[in-house]
Design a protein around this ligand. Structure first.
Ligand SMILES: NC(=O)C1=CN([C@@H]2O[C@H](COP(=O)(O)OP(=O)(O)OC[C@H]3O[C@@H](n4cnc5c(N)ncnc54)[C@H](OP(=O)(O)O)[C@@H]3O)[C@@H](O)[C@H]2O)C=CC1
Ligand SMILES: O=C(CO)COP(=O)(O)O
Length: 347
């Protein structure tokens, strides 16, 4: 297979050191993005063979087949070695294991190290957003945490296809540091102070992508897809506003942008997994057939719980929970959504 070469760009622009926790598709890709932006990057992974392949062969064939990584990316199974001297630590493990991955590392984080959540989920049992989990687990203030979210399918970015993203933080300085660490000719960050909105968009679009996948797996067409995406954005917005998010976030890159990418791309694990369910697989079969982390499978329950606690109606999310976790036959999903009482579009 021919490798897609990712040569370093202007490595002289700054000398930031970054660690990435998680050697999966997004962790490895974001490490490559930061290396291309001039950072020295060490990835932590739990698999020795993957780490050796990243460091010695500049590849991660298990997660990014055919991609050549920049020489500025190395990997180790020694998490403390990865974190040593890091200005930035980016976290790209599945959301549900983030807390237990980070808690033992409190004393390994420097006093001014900035933590970046690359994750798009909501923690089960606490209903916390990932930036909250990261800050709590590492015992650092929110102003040292940033979130990266947008239309950012790893496999496209690993091939240096252009895209933009949103870096959200309550601190402008933190957001700007992270933006500097990842800006390159193919990756354009925009900063945003609306952490709540940016994170919710990233987590809930996975649930909507599951619904789109299910409908496509049932053989339904573009009208259905557009309806689910559009009404999906309405329910994301409703929940976000109830949590104090900024209305401008939802039509932006982290909102509509990511929703479109995930609901349209065959590379999306959430979309793909939904397709398997729509075609009749059980949840376990669909998880195995998809591979990788499809965050919406678990986060749909925490999102629904959050919405219920706030009195926010999220019919698509509710229907996905019922199909995935409560045994609702998949062919009942559309009738369930369509039979709801009439309402005005803006209501
Ligand atoms: N892929 C993408 O396009 C994007 C993903 N994201 C988000 O990034 C996050 C990570 O996703 P992604 O990289 O795609 O996932 P992958 O499934 O590709 O990789 C997951 C990584 O986490 C590790 N991991 C799995 N379970 C555990 C565990 N129990 N403890 C510690 N490490 C574990 C895996 O290690 P091992 O290989 O040893 O199993 C692997 O390195 C998710 O929240 C996702 O929503 C956000 C934007 C884009
Ligand atoms: O978040 C993503 C793109 O921005 C990746 O989507 P999946 O997790 O569904 O692959």
């Amino acid at each position: 297979m021919t490798a897609d070469v990712m040569p370093p760009e202007d490595a002289s622009r700054h000398t930031l050191r970054a660690a990435v926790l998680g050697a999966g598709s997004w962790g490895t890709t974001f490490a490559a993005v930061m290396a291309d932006a001039g950072c020295t990057v060490t990835v932590w992974g739990r698999d020795e063979k993957t780490c050796r392949q990243i460091t010695e062969d500049h590849r991660n064939e298990g997660y990014l087949p055919g991609v050549e990584l920049p020489a500025g990316v190395t990997a180790t199974t020694d998490v403390r070695a990865a974190l040593a001297g890091a200005d930035i630590v980016a976290v790209a493990v599945p959301s549900q294991v983030a807390r237990r991955t980070l808690e033992p590392l409190r004393d390994a984080i420097g006093p001014s190290t900035v933590a970046v959540s690359l994750m798009k989920g909501v923690e089960l049992s606490t209903d916390r957003r990932m930036s909250e989990v990261v800050a709590e687990a590492l015992a650092i203030p929110q102003d040292r945490v940033a979130v990266v979210s947008g239309p950012n399918l790893a496999r496209e970015i690993a091939r240096r296809q252009p895209t933009a993203t949103v870096i959200a933080s309550t601190s402008d300085a933190t957001a700007q540091l992270v933006a500097r660490a990842c800006a390159s000719s193919y990756f354009r960050p925009y900063t945003n102070r609306d952490v709540v909105g940016v994170e919710l968009c990233g987590a809930v679009k996975n649930v909507i992508a599951l619904a789109v996948g299910i409908s496509q797996g049932r053989g339904l067409g573009y009208n259905t897809m557009a309806t689910v995406i559009t009404r999906g954005l309405v329910e994301i917005t409703r929940l976000g506003l109830a949590l104090g998010a900024d209305a401008d976030t939802f039509p932006g890159l982290a909102g509509m942008g990511d929703l479109m990418a995930t609901c349209a791309s065959p590379d999306s694990r959430n979309h793909t997994l939904g397709g398997h369910i729509g075609r009749g697989m059980s949840l376990d079969e669909a998880i195995a057939a998809t591979g990788g982390t499809a965050e919406g499978v678990k986060s749909c329950r925490s999102v629904l719980e959050l919405a219920t606690s706030l009195g926010v109606e999220m019919p698509i999310t509710h229907a996905v929970v019922r199909v995935l976790h409560e045994g609702l036959p998949v062919d009942q999903l559309a009738p369930l959504l369509l039979a709801r009482p009439h309402k005005a579009e803006g209501a």
